[in-house]
Design a protein around this ligand. Sequence first.
Ligand SMILES: *Cc1c(COP(=O)(O)O)cnc(C)c1O
Length: 377
Amino acid sequence: MSEMSVGFYGHVRQYRNIQSEIDANIKRVLESGEYVQGPMNKQFEKELAAFHGMKHGIGVGNGTDAIWLALMALGIGPGDEVITHANTFFATAEAIWIAGATTVLVDCDPKTKCIDPTKIEAAITPKTKAIIPVHLYGQCADMPAIKKIADQHKLFVIEDNAQGFDAAGDTFKIGELSDATTTSFIIQKNLGTFGDSGAIVTNNDQINKVTRLLRAHGSPARNVHSFGYNSRLDDLHAGILSAKMKHIHEWNNNRIQWADRYTAGLQGAKSFTLPYQVPGYRHVWHLYVIEVTNPQKRDAFVDWLVKNGVDAKTHYSIAIHQQAGYPWGKGARVVGSVANAEHNAATCISLPMYAELTAAEVDYVARKCREWDMTNA
Ligand SMILES: *Cc1c(COP(=O)(O)O)cnc(C)c1O
């Protein structure tokens, strides 16, 4: 038995902390008699748009749907190419494929792990229609640089913000420098419901109109349909999210505090490096990812942590272009070296990170990492 056990998620702790608020919203929905695209969904969509300072919030079934629905609303599909980076979560590339477009992967920045803007131009062809930067691990991609390239080449930008809810850049806000921003509310994200759902936020009236049609069987009015799909954020989840969103900024502040505590406690380690933070950005630490210096020892380190009661994981140990299961073909490809993405896949370890951690737990995790470091440096 280890001295302490630190789980990877704090979902139940979070529920207990605001149980009365969540339960009250669930009760309201149950008693309203309307469960799909009802009043709670509409309320949450307004709150979500206001949170981002944007015109429209569109609730959908999950974060993957949010991306491909936004792509379709922009008219992107078969024959079109979309650029993203090789070390994002699989769903970013999957959404491009679902939309029928072609995935083009470039490398990440070696420090931030977000898309490297200097690699984008080499991947642009006459077929390129959009760039999807991901605010990976909770830190914004370099949006001003991406927006500049997009404007020069007349490309759309969709921010995949599944991991960076309430993050910000130094001079820019999320949503400000793109056509649409998508997010996921699956439980493990910073703002998560007890199940699946997602959303799109945008100032673009056309994207708002089309995604609303697409998510509900292409139906503008009863019995009238065009091509669409079924991908809705139901009212129970909207109620849970509405209650939780009131706390997200404070919860993210806790994450920032724990990240600082990890960083202080892990200073001087020789067998791994610490995550990089862009000065002036609000990094909301969806994940706190260290990188081992010897990839051969990564899995043993994770196993050792788990054996010592620290539920560590890897995000993501197989990059997109290394996935045999990705439907390659139709021109899907990697442009240039993706050595940084591959290095990231081979060396990453995510330590437990959530608002409800305690100082004693963070210190225990840091102590165990240092113990490993002393014998494996
Ligand atoms: C979680 C995630 C998604 C997909 O969200 P789902 O709600 O699981 O469909 C997309 N992109 C990134 C970067 C994610 O982390």
